[in-house]
Design a protein around this ligand. Structure first.
Ligand SMILES: [Zn+2]
Ligand SMILES: [Zn+2]
Length: 503
């Protein structure tokens, strides 16, 4: 009892001291906000709520908003001293009635548990998967240098994180007309600009991060509707945008200050981040190679004196490894064409490397417009080869739904895949001489073993796979082998019909 009283008294004294400090400062300054928001004593923070999450970089077309998810539970735990965070996000996809999304939930789907994203000491890792059938709690270290940068900056783009970072990074302040202060500083190579209002609230933080597709990308964190969470002021509404698009909107319902957080890097994660990119080559037919890396693949077609490459997933590191592998198995031939299937970021992040390599980019006109527009933004944060060489991109658009790259032995036919909810501008690639069809995001082949009963007890047929089948029929393609740009193995048409419950 005595101890409780003592603690209470101490809390009162601390509160009074803080109030005095805040009141001592001219309103709206960095010092006043630091005192008012407790940034001088808050070492770690955990805030929870509900809201919306958007799958950035997976827009159905470059001009559409990203797929929207309801966030049923969001918890962000952040430690400002160890620069670590753990974000838990349980989501369900919100159906877009103009499309098929979302595919029905499959029995055994654990997607509701959502993703868990971590960063600690510059190492990022992820558990689970957002939306869709869960991949289990497999630890993923893919693209983690980029994730580490993004998640680390998100720690500093919280009100208290921003104020602490400002204090640690020689921030400069200038008054805003009408009251408040604009505060600017650098965290390493990242520029940060935030604004404090006359009520001593950090209400917006701008910063820039690298994106392999978009280049130096503006991110914005907006903090409004501050309220008292058990003695600490914190925004009850948080909106995060990236590249002008909303990524996350959270209504905060709970705040814990200085919770004990232990966010430890799992064994092998640090090494995985810097491990060389592995590419394996499978010969699918004479002169046709499947260049695989974990879950993102490309296909190279030898057209005699040059190579046609299909898809450039992830980022420049992946592209460089794929190009090196190609030069090893097919020496002394230039890659003259890069077929881009669609602009989802996991398939578009490596395209710029091929421009630098001298290849012409073959894609649908809508995607060409997108690349031409976004590539005007510089890539100074993480300069890629194209940023340094400044080569002019060359495009060959796939118009009227079809384009043929002729060759006597290995012609390459590129077809628009129409009517899929996945993307309004996506192609599949057919090799008529080999009867091979390269397809992306329609059938990842893991689905072979997936249950075929959805949660409402109906038989489940994946609409993306059905659309792929419809397109093959529409184009009257004679296919012997289906090659996925994700997924572990090639399949036959009989297997596709089987998966569609046709056989
Ligand atoms: Zn996609
Ligand atoms: Zn994909």
């Amino acid at each position: 009892m005595k101890r409780a009283l003592g603690a209470m008294l101490w809390a009162l004294v601390a509160l009074a001291a803080r109030a005095a400090t805040a009141a001592d400062q001219p309103a709206g300054t960095l010092a006043a906000a630091t005192a008012a928001l407790g940034a001088d004593h808050i070492q770690s923070i955990e805030f929870s709520g509900t809201g919306k999450w958007y799958q950035f970089g997976q827009e159905p077309n470059p001009n559409a908003p990203p797929p929207e998810f309801e966030v049923t539970r969001y918890t962000a735990s952040m430690d400002y001293n160890t620069v670590a965070s753990h974000i838990q996000r349980a989501t369900t996809e919100i159906a877009d009635p103009t499309r098929w999304r979302p595919v029905p939930q499959m029995a055994g789907d654990r997607g509701g548990e959502g993703a868990q994203e971590f960063v600690a000491g510059g190492v990022a890792w992820t558990l689970g998967a957002p939306g869709g059938p869960a991949t289990g709690l497999a630890v993923s270290a893919i693209s983690d240098a980029k994730n580490a940068e993004e998640r680390t900056m998100e720690i500093w783009a919280t009100p208290q994180g921003f104020l602490r970072a400002a204090a640690a990074n020689h921030a400069t302040s200038r008054p805003i007309t009408g009251g408040g202060t604009e505060v600017s500083f650098m965290i390493g190579k990242h520029k940060v600009v935030g604004k404090i209002n006359a009520r001593n609230q950090v209400y917006i933080v701008h910063y820039w991060i690298d994106n392999p597709v978009l280049g130096d990308t503006l991110c914005e964190a907006g903090f409004t509707q501050y309220r008292d969470f058990g003695g600490e002021m914190f925004p009850s509404h948080i909106v995060r945008t990236q590249g002008g698009k909303v990524r996350l909107e959270i209504w905060v319902s709970e705040l814990k200050v200085n919770p004990p957080l232990v966010i430890a890097v799992p064994d092998g994660m640090r090494e995985a981040m810097t491990a060389p990119v592995i590419v394996t080559a499978d010969r699918l037919a004479d002169g046709v190679y499947w260049l695989r890396g974990f879950q993102w693949h490309s296909v190279a077609v030898d057209q005699g004196d040059h190579i046609v490459m299909i898809d450039a997933p992830l980022d420049e590191a992946r592209s460089l490894a794929v190009i090196a592998k190609t030069k090893e198995i097919v020496p002394a031939k230039k890659i003259t064409y890069l077929v881009n299937t669609h602009v989802h970021f996991d398939h578009a992040g490596g395209v710029r490397t091929y421009v630098d390599e001298g290849a012409t980019i073959v894609t649908l006109p809508m995607n060409q417009e997108f690349f031409e527009r976004v590539w005007r933004t510089p890539h100074t944060l993480n300069p890629d080869r194209l940023e340094l060489s400044k080569k002019t991109p060359r495009f060959l658009p796939v118009t009227h739904g079809k384009l043929v790259l002729s060759d006597s032995r290995r012609p390459v036919e590129i077809y628009e895949q129409v009517g899929t909810a996945h993307s309004d501008a996506i192609v599949m690639v057919y090799l008529p001489a080999q009867k091979i069809l390269v397809q992306v995001d329609a059938w990842n082949t893991e689905a072979l073993s997936a249950p075929r009963i959805d949660t409402i007890g109906g038989e489940y047929v994946n609409p993306y796979m059905l659309n792929l089948y419809d397109n093959i029929m529409r184009l009257k393609l004679d296919v012997n082998m289906l090659v996925p740009l994700h997924g572990p193995r090639t399949t036959t048409m009989a297997e596709l019909r089987q998966a569609l419950l046709m056989e």
